[in-house]
Design a protein around this ligand. Sequence first.
Ligand code: PXP
Length: 238
Amino acid sequence: MSTLGVNIDHVATVRQARRTVEPDPVWAAALAELGGADAITVHLREDRRHIQDRDLEVLRRTVQVKLNLECAIAPSMIDIACRVKPCQVTLVPEKREEITTEGGLDVVAHRAATEEAVLRLKDAGITVSLFIDPCPQQIDASVDLGVAAAELHTGCYANAATEAERHNELVKLSRASAMVRLAGLELNAGHGLTYRNVVPVARLDGMGELNIGHSIVARAVFVGFTQAVREMKSLISG
Ligand code: PXP
């Protein structure tokens, strides 16, 4: 059965729009736990556009479920991760000009830098997951690096313009999921998942953690955070 990692970045996005203290992502994390979140996910971006260092520090001390930190492979970010020691770090690509993470980490092209980051995190006792596109080369490279988990990028599935395209993307995700599981890695997925498109991904064989942010935060504006999380949790566990 899939588990739910609630990404609370966009609570911080609203706060940073006014550079004030509310809404506090730390409150959102507590409410997400009440709604049944299995993990809390935050992306500490190099430009600090939403989550701040203070948020990560406080969440490390207050979150009772798994805390998953997404960050770039840059040594300065790995320094922070090794100091704060979240339960899991998911390494993601990062471009300053992007609106959100646009593709998976290219583990093949950035093999040496990724390996360095993975080794440092593993030495610090942190579980490492790599956010990758659902393609065989990226999965093979991730397996070679000895990480515990792979998070498959579901953006192409989520953005598919037609039913046929969506079906093709789901087939790709299904094949990639089987490869990840066969290699003995934990299988996670995320990006662009919504209340309308999540179920087929949640039902893929061996699917573990689904990391979902924007859609939950968007619904929470109207129904409240705990309720929004509860509704997503019930969809993926159904
Ligand atoms: N997983 C990863 C690795 C991400 O970078 C993001 C976006 O920060 C998500 C999941 C969540 O994506 P969304 O906000 O579209 O649900």
